[in-house]
Design a protein around this ligand. Structure first.
Ligand SMILES: *[C@@H]1O[C@H](CO)[C@@H](O)[C@H](O)[C@H]1NC(C)=O
Length: 154
């Protein structure tokens, strides 16, 4: 009896290590594949445990939500010249803007076969069906008419 099986997997490459428990101070960590991690031999069950998801967070803020921001919304910017390269870490929001007086050509290389590129403005204001303007007004702290104007542009 002949048995044939064909399997195709489409995903990003697996991490190079099983886990990386973050450390607050790099002197407490080991450098593993470009990251400071707790020495894996010292990992304990509590490193993978959190309790409290059943407790409401503090939503007394303009967005009406409670999140632990991570990372810290810092803008990294750099003026590039011919021949320069800039790497955008996977999943990070990024933009390119030509500040020169002539046309510019840029090559983009993505690390995934299925990169899932999303243009943020189109995704937010141009979704089909449209996102409820009340949601966008709250999320972006905009007047609802401003949201409707942006939605009408797509
Ligand atoms: C909730 O957050 C608001 C705004 O930051 C703050 O003034 C208030 O004290 C917080 N309430 C609690 C119970 O932590």
């Amino acid at each position: 009896m002949a048995f044939a099986c064909s399997l195709a997997l489409a995903s990003d490459p697996s991490p190079l290590q099983d886990f990386c428990v973050a450390v607050k101070d790099i002197k407490d960590g080991v450098f593993v594949n470009g990251k400071f991690c707790k020495d894996p031999k010292l990992a304990v069950a509590d490193d993978f445990f959190f309790s409290g998801l059943n407790k409401a967070g503090n939503t007394s803020n303009p967005y009406g939500l409670s999140v632990t921001p991570n990372p810290d919304y810092r803008l990294f910017s750099k003026i590039l010249n011919p021949g320069d390269v800039f790497v955008f870490p996977m999943g990070l929001i990024h933009f390119q803007f030509n500040i020169g007086k002539s046309e510019a050509v840029a090559f983009g290389g993505l690390s995934s076969q299925n990169a899932g590129v999303i243009a943020i403005a189109s995704a937010v204001f141009g979704s089909k069906p449209a996102t409820n303007p009340d949601v966008l007004a709250k999320a972006f702290q905009l007047d609802k008419d401003v949201v409707k104007y942006h939605q009408s542009r797509f």
